[in-house]
Unconditional design. Structure first.
Ligand code: ACO
Ligand code: HSE
Length: 402
């Protein structure tokens, strides 16, 4: 069991782990006391994981559900935009009283991924000397990220998650939980993710990494002290444009934008097509909210994703996950095609067949088609026994992020 810091702040009253007046979903964090051993053999000191919770934890922790976000997502699964949350929850429709993740019954926990930039330790965080990690930040794998999440589970006294749920990069981590820690994974929902990153997925990831690294503003990864505007913004924007094309479907782009020029602009004479303007918009939005170093670290981790590594291959590895499992893919996903989820559904012992999310939107369908994702969650959770939430659950160790 990993040691996590006892909170420096007073423990909250026994009211679902929240201080009096705290809104549900407030972002908190834990610090892992011992340096985290990484798959590479390196050790990462001072790891901090930010997380949010909804609902009340049962006295024995058996009603805890872990929700894992995708590449540029964050811990804010549900709730409105507000301080520290530039956007509303990315699966807001799924979490709350009476919703698929019914907070009258389930204690929902969502960490920001290790390597990220939205509260958890990543390349933009202070290293041991107080300066940003930058280029010194170690290479991370999906297994390392899950090891950090296991330390969070320890801190929350969750012996075993009732369910681990994730899409895309979150699906990779969910799968890694089920294969690497089946005794701590009560059930599994994987959406739009593979058992191992394919050659094409590594190719898409590597051109995005290259776009960032070849921006002069990258400065070898040590741009965090650059004057405002001095980071690798152009490279990060390019990476997002490339990625966003893969997140959507060709028919959607054709129907939505066709060959139309952006109003008031003339393509070929310095103006843009609508689709170019759309990609520019998504590039600009990401540049304003995400750290390029985290983008590189997380994309590298996804490229390294392979549940079979060191476990005798994918087939043998997946057989270790003897637990109820649901696997779903998006029918129009050209980035993580259905064939990859079909493989998972066939090889996971507790899975009775592939579920398909029908969507014209491509890979992003797992974020957009919340009714269908809610149905999948509702299908999974009744298979999981759990104690009801206690009236006075134990206090949770945490410190609040400013
Ligand atoms: C803190 C955070 O924000 S992270 C929250 C979690 N987010 C994630 O996990 C993923 C990041 N987001 C995404 O991937 C996507 O935005 C999704 C999947 C969540 C939403 O997808 P959709 O609702 O289908 O949005 P869509 O791709 O249509 O984009 C809509 C935006 O494009 C803009 N747009 C549409 N056409 C054009 C155009 N021709 N030119 C410029 N902008 C355009 C819209 O104005 C809209 O802008 P807004 O989002 O700033 O309001
Ligand atoms: N739109 C998602 C796609 C990655 O799965 C994100 O930005 O996280």
């Amino acid at each position: 069991m990993n040691r996590t810091t006892a909170p420096a702040l007073p423990l909250p009253p026994a009211s679902g782990g929240r201080r009096e007046g705290d809104p549900p979903g407030r972002r908190r964090w834990v610090t892992i006391e011992d340096p985290l051993p990484l798959e590479s053999g390196a050790r990462l000191p001072g790891v901090r994981l930010a997380y949010e919770t909804w609902g009340q934890r049962a006295a024995d922790g058996s009603n805890a559900v872990l929700v894992l976000h995708a590449l540029t997502g964050n811990s804010h699964v549900a709730g409105p935009a507000g301080p520290g949350h530039p956007a509303p929850g990315w699966w807001d429709a799924l979490v709350g009283p009476g919703r698929a993740l019914d907070t009258d019954r389930w204690f929902v926990v969502a960490p920001n991924v290790l390597g990220g930039c939205q509260g958890s330790t990543g390349p933009s965080s202070p290293g041991p000397d107080g300066a940003p990690w930058g280029s010194r930040f170690p290479y991370l794998t999906v297994r390392d990220q899950v090891a950090a999440e296991a330390a969070l589970a320890d801190a929350l006294s969750v012996e075993r998650w009732a369910a681990v749920i994730g899409g895309s990069m979150g699906g990779m981590r969910a799968l890694e939980w089920a294969v690497g820690r089946p005794e701590r994974t009560g059930s599994l929902l994987v959406l739009a993710a593979p058992a191992a990153a394919s050659a094409e997925q590594i190719a898409w990831g590597s051109v995005q990494i290259d776009a960032i690294r070849s921006d002069p503003g990258w400065r070898g990864g040590d741009y965090h002290h650059a004057p405002p505007g001095g980071g690798p913004h152009r490279g990060l924007g390019q990476a997002r444009r490339i990625a966003h094309i893969t997140y959507r479907s060709e028919p959607e782009l054709a129907v939505r934008f066709g060959r139309e020029p952006q109003p008031g602009e003339e393509p070929g004479r310095g103006g843009r097509y609508q689709v170019e303007s759309y990609l520019d918009h998504h590039a600009g939005k990401l540049v304003r909210r995400f750290d390029a170093g985290s983008y590189v670290a997380l994309t590298g981790a996804m490229n390294g994703h392979d549940v079979g590594r060191g476990r005798g291959g994918v087939e043998r590895a997946l057989r270790r996950a003897e637990l109820p499992a649901l696997v779903a893919g998006v029918d129009s996903d050209r980035l993580y095609p259905l064939s990859q989820q079909r493989q998972l559904a066939e090889l996971l012992p507790g899975c009775d067949g592939l579920r398909i999310v029908e969507s014209p939107y491509g890979h992003d369908g797992f974020l957009i088609e919340t009714d269908q994702v809610a149905s999948l969650v509702r299908e999974l959770l009744p298979t999981v026994p759990s104690a009801p939430p206690a009236v006075s659950p134990p206090s949770l160790p945490h410190q609040e992020l400013p």
